[in-house]
Design a protein around this ligand. Structure first.
Ligand SMILES: [Fe+2]
Ligand SMILES: [Fe+2]
Length: 208
């Protein structure tokens, strides 16, 4: 990616994204984005992912999150983003696909970077290491705090796991989210199931 040849160019793009999301997101979500950027950088270094790329994607990952439901739907319609049945009933999920599209247009994000943003909501069976880093960083960044003891304990388990085994950290987060979704009698996005199965299949194959 042309823009990433020099550290100064990365810094300029980080500054641009920072100033955009400061204007477009709430303070809470802005702080969350900074937290994801930092955690993504940390995990990228552990798992051999380009840390500059991880920082850019982490900072930008929720850029489409605070559009209203109507704005999300009309953005998809105008920009040819295909919406599936689960997303139509759970429009919030679309902020991954929308964010990826915004980052492609505004900042020239590569397909790999766009995919990491696209997949951070539901997961995807084709997630690469960058996408997994972003998926996990989103759930465990430093600003996430839970008053509920059980949730707080699980968060600590997830933070530890993230440093030890990226795939198991993804699986842990998917299971957490499935448990919650099932308890609420809500729809499960098929990509979450496919991601879960893919990780289990790949890890079983590795052990053989
Ligand atoms: Fe998000
Ligand atoms: Fe997020």
């Amino acid at each position: 990616m042309e823009i990433l040849k020099k550290d100064s160019e990365v810094d300029d793009l980080l500054k641009k994204i920072d100033s955009d999301i400061k204007k477009e997101l709430s303070e809470k979500r802005y702080n969350h984005s900074i937290g994801v950027m930092k955690k993504a950088e940390e995990l990228a270094k552990i798992y051999g992912v380009n840390a500059n790329i991880a920082k850019l994607v982490g900072l930008a990952h929720d850029i489409g999150e605070e559009l209203s439901k109507e704005e999300k739907l009309s953005y998809c319609e105008k920009n040819g983003i295909v919406i599936d049945d689960t997303e139509r009933l759970n429009v919030g999920l679309l902020h991954g696909k929308i964010g990826a599209d915004i980052c492609k247009r505004r900042y020239g994000f590569t397909t790999e970077m766009q995919n990491a943003i696209k997949y951070h909501t539901t997961g995807n069976e084709h997630m690469d290491k960058l996408a997994k880093v972003i998926f996990v960083a989103d759930k465990i960044e430093e600003n996430r705090k839970y008053k509920d003891n059980r949730k707080a304990e699980k968060l600590e388990v997830a933070r530890k796991l993230a440093k030890e085994n990226l795939d198991m950290a993804v699986l842990f987060e998917i299971d957490e989210s499935l448990e919650y979704t099932i308890s609420k009698k809500e729809l499960i996005h098929i990509d979450s199931i496919l991601t879960r199965n893919r990780i289990i299949i790949d890890n079983k194959a590795e052990k053989k």
